[in-house]
Design a protein around this ligand. Structure first.
Ligand code: B12
Length: 438
């Protein structure tokens, strides 16, 4: 049967790629309606144009985050010129910049994609900018169609699940949305209530990952995994009862959404690592970012993780609006005094659709035309600092990155890294050296 819909995951080089669960969800939803779907994944090394030429789909859908949208536009232009197929763009960047997407695609889907893509596939969608009501009970959406994704490629990649790096890490998403409104964050579920998969459904998907894909560990990619305390308790009880607690797992959450009893239950259920967006050691900066947490809560969350025996990891951002060098030092101090097992510091980057993007634009911090591929960690991305030059921020990030590696790795690991990348190692030493002089 001729492939009806081809869904493309663009972007050749991406750090820490994960299986495109977003396309997997849409594919699973269409397949349930007997629509023939294929997923073409450039991340897993597939040649998009070649595959499209071979399967000649009726519809080509492409997903895009800001750092991969340039490539998505190229694919839209290519199909528009060379193939007789309807082109559809979706994903976080498409929802933030729909009009721009119409310059390269026939249709742009804003927000949740399952219902929108089904209507497009059924020809029930005359409009070019498409948005459909969100699915209230997300258990109605079948699990992602992982049989259409190159799972072998993704499971061969290493990920850090606490003490050690491991491969065969199964990733899943068990909720959609986040009740908080940080100014640097924009995703497709900002305007929908937080919706959860039921504990039984979550365990069903974990069993699928373990039995069908031989996953040896799990990574929950929810924005805030512990937002619903009762649900987490139930998921953990089911994991303990079914032996899934043998598998180490990691998740993201917030400092104000953990307590000791819950952490101890999560530890029993196999939780090896928890990642927090701590962002800053300065309360004033946390308030500017509208994070809604306190410095005390952040320090308490780390303490409780240690007490429960869970590896605590934290993400911090410097170069925030109106932030001073002194306030960046308080972040460094927070990291020093905290017993964090792992931390990452990046320069705050404004992304389309965020409050920060508007703020940075007003202050001329984003020059047109924007090079979207630069909007990711470590690249030449625009900053959100109206006070501190970028090269000063970058030096601080390098120095703190060196510290993070030192804290995370044994001396042996560091020597191995030095041999593998002497230039970076020299940067570290220089950055560490500058510590004493600045
Ligand atoms: C997993 C994840 C990662 C993983 C893996 C990314 C990957 N796919 O390989 C890792 C850790 C590597 C990562 C890295 C980064 N990430 Co990230 N990541 C996420 C996270 C937590 C989940 C993504 C996901 O699977 N969501 C679940 C799916 C189901 O949601 P969805 O993608 O929105 O899909 C739905 C709709 O958008 C729509 N849809 C999506 N695609 C399509 C296509 C078509 C044709 C249609 C019709 C509909 C449609 O339908 C889908 C189902 O309803 C999101 C947060 C979030 N809540 O989305 C951040 C997020 C996507 N990441 C973000 C960022 C900024 C990054 C980084 C750039 C960070 C950095 N500064 O370096 C890097 C770079 C990654 C890159 N791709 O280049 C931002 C993107 C913002 C933007 N404007 O691009 C997000 C939204 C976080 C945030 N809130 O700011 N990330």
């Amino acid at each position: 049967m001729m492939t009806d819909v081809a869904l493309v995951n663009p972007g050749l080089k991406v750090t820490g790629p994960q299986p495109p669960l977003n396309l997997g969800y849409i594919a699973g939803y269409l397949e349930r309606q007997n629509i023939e779907v294929a997923i073409i994944d450039e991340r897993a090394g597939e040649k998009c144009e070649d595959r499209l030429e071979k399967i000649c789909p009726r519809i080509v859908g492409v997903t895009a985050v800001t750092s991969t949208v340039d490539r998505a536009y190229q694919i839209g232009d290519y199909v528009g010129k060379n193939l007789d197929a309807l082109t559809v763009l979706g994903g976080v960047h498409a929802s933030a910049m729909p009009k721009e997407g119409l310059e390269h695609f026939d249709k742009v889907v804003v927000g949740e994609g399952e219902r929108a893509m089904l209507d497009i596939a059924k020809g029930k969608c005359p409009e070019r900018i498409v948005s459909r009501p969100f699915v209230k009970n997300i258990d109605e959406i079948p699990p992602p169609a992982r049989h259409l994704i190159g799972m072998g490629f993704y499971l061969s990649l290493e990920a850090n699940i606490g003490e050690r790096n491991t491969s065969n890490v199964g990733t899943l998403i068990t909720s959609r949305g986040c009740p908080y409104r940080c100014i640097f964050c924009y995703n497709n579920w900002r305007d929908t209530p937080v919706r959860y998969h039921g504990p039984e459904r979550v365990v069903e998907e974990l069993n699928q990952l373990a039995e069908v894909y031989a996953a040896k560990a799990f990574y929950f990619h929810d924005d805030t995994f512990t937002a619903n305390r009762k649900r987490v308790q139930k998921i953990c009880e089911l994991m303990i009862g079914s032996g899934l607690s043998e598998f180490p797992w990691s998740a993201w959450t917030r400092a104000d959404l953990v307590d000791l009893e819950m952490l101890k239950t999560m530890k029993k259920a196999g939780c090896a690592k928890l990642e927090f967006g701590f962002e800053s050691g300065s309360q004033r900066v946390l308030d500017v970012l509208k994070k809604g947490t306190t410095v005390e809560q952040n320090m308490r969350a780390i303490r409780l993780c240690k007490e429960a025996g869970i590896w605590a990891a934290g993400a911090f951002m410097i170069g925030n609006p109106s932030e001073t060098l002194e306030e960046i030092r308080t972040t460094e101090q927070f990291i020093e005094e905290s017993n964090l097992d792992e931390f990452h510091v990046s320069i705050t980057t404004p992304f389309p659709g965020t409050e920060l993007w508007g703020w940075a634009k007003e202050r001329g911090l984003i020059s047109e035309p924007v090079d979207y591929s630069s909007l990711r960690i470590g690249a030449e991305s625009p900053t959100s600092s109206d006070k501190i030059p970028k090269d000063v921020l970058r030096k601080i990030v390098l120095r703190l990155d060196a510290k993070s590696k030192l804290r995370q790795q044994s001396k042996v690991g560091l020597c191995k890294r030095a041999i593998k990348n002497p230039r970076l190692f020299f940067e570290y030493v220089k950055a560490m050296g500058s510590r004493w002089f600045s």
